[in-house]
Design a protein around this ligand. Structure first.
Ligand SMILES: [Zn+2]
Length: 258
């Protein structure tokens, strides 16, 4: 089986569904990751990394590319595929003021770039952003639209287009324990199609996140990350974003019945 995750920045994959990707890879499936940007606008949160050495833009993107390559190795994924767009930055006002950013690129062009990867990699299942972009990052929302469009249009381009599209989501009660608005970024439990127990992969998720050294900071600070991301090492949840063919008779799962 082949699975493709489509995300916007290095570290999205480990935060939003690292355990699920690691689990699929450990089962022998081919797991691909498309990353739209190199995270050129990410803040550096590690005291041993001098931000002056890696200014925002090219240099920071190269640093984060190397971190993502390391994280993919930890998770058991194929080497990441970059679409070559630029990180818009966060929050929205920053992104709007950055004309080179992903959100200013035509949706049709980004959709076509994602579709090309779907046609080339022939995934059975695609994982991508939900309409709220997990926590509202403008690049995530732009890529949601592109991925959803590419998933559907794949039916016109391929004999065997992907069968299922899933969005990583967070239950609202979990979002309520963070600084984010649960009404905006959480989903009700009946909106969740699949829950994956990722506790067997907790150490892998942790190691993959720590590979994003500039973003996560030193290992000693990892407990603070867990406070901001409750449930990170326990359970990953997915809403159904798209389905091709008949609804499966057995309870819906990521890969079962394909
Ligand atoms: Zn992101």
């Amino acid at each position: 089986m082949r699975l493709l995750a489509v995300f916007a920045h290095p570290d999205d994959e480990s935060f939003f569904c690292g355990g699920t990707l690691a689990w699929c890879a450990s089962m022998g499936h081919s797991v691909y990751l498309v990353c739209a940007t190199r995270g050129e606008q990410g803040e550096i949160r590690h005291p041993d990394i001098d931000p002056g050495r890696y200014p925002k833009g090219e240099a920071r993107g190269r640093l984060r590319q190397a971190e993502l390559e390391a994280a993919c190795q930890v998770l058991g994924l194929k080497p990441p595929i970059f679409l070559g767009y630029q990180d818009s930055g966060y929050p929205l006002e920053v992104a709007q003021a950055n004309p080179r950013g992903l959100i200013h690129q035509s949706l049709e062009e980004v959709e076509e770039a994602v579709l090309e990867q779907i046609v080339r990699l022939r995934p059975h299942v695609v994982i991508g952003f939900d309409p709220k972009g997990y926590y509202g990052h403008p690049d995530h929302i732009h890529l949601h639209r592109a991925t959803l469009g590419a998933f559907w249009r794949a039916g016109n381009r391929m004999d065997e287009p992907p069968r299922r599209l899933f969005f990583p989501v967070r239950p609202r009660e979990r979002v309520a324990r963070t600084r984010f608005d649960p009404d905006r970024y959480g989903v009700s439990s009946d909106s969740i199609a699949v829950r994956v127990d990722v506790r067997p992969h907790a150490q892998t998720i942790r190691a993959a996140l720590l590979a994003h050294r500039s973003q996560i900071g030193p290992e000693e600070g990892f407990e603070r990350i867990l406070e901001d991301w409750p449930g990170l090492l326990e359970e990953e949840c997915f809403a159904l974003g798209g389905l091709r063919g008949a609804f499966p008779k057995e309870p819906l799962d990521l890969l079962a019945g394909l």
